[in-house]
Design a protein around this ligand. Structure first.
Ligand SMILES: [Mg+2]
Length: 157
């Protein structure tokens, strides 16, 4: 594959983005991926050459290396585009187990000034002030080509 561009970063959620409701039901969480949706993202990454930073809760049970292996096992070729995870800002308080993802993405961006163009794919809208970079995915379908057209516009603007 091409070397991913460090100036273009796609923040990627997984559940509801890369799996359909049926494919979220496997007992092994690492099987909960829809190959057609991964293939769609793979083609996009080949074209746009963006880097990928994972914002999904999958990062709590994976390293970048092991997540690349899971994606590769499901046919995703551009695994080296996956470069990092967003930081975990959860407070641990019972009613605030997960920080808003937008804040975690913002924290990552503050450490990576080279990422001059970024876009966010998620099925949940907790992107706070980053919402103009955000494309909300319908968790019934997972990512669509229409979503990726919007993401491309954001990354290339
Ligand atoms: Mg999700």
């Amino acid at each position: 594959m091409n070397v991913p561009r460090k100036d273009r970063v796609l923040f990627l959620d997984i559940d509801g983005v890369l799996n359909t409701p049926q494919d979220r039901m496997y007992p092994d969480p690492d099987e909960c991926l829809t190959k057609e949706l991964l293939a769609r993202l793979d083609a996009f990454v080949s074209e746009v050459q963006c880097s990928i930073v994972i914002s999904s809760s999958w990062r709590y049970r994976h390293t970048v290396f092991s997540l690349r292996q899971v994606f590769a096992r499901h046919g995703f070729a551009n695994v080296e585009a996956i470069i990092d995870f967003t930081p975990d800002l959860q407070t641990g308080a019972w009613n605030n187990l997960f920080a808003e993802r937008g804040l975690e993405i913002d924290a990552w961006l503050k450490e990576h000034s080279e990422a001059t163009h970024y876009a966010i794919l998620d099925d949940t809208n907790d992107m706070v002030h980053l919402v103009s970079h955000f494309v909300q995915v319908d968790d019934v379908t997972g990512i669509t080509n229409a979503d990726l057209v919007k993401i491309k516009d954001i990354l290339e603007s």
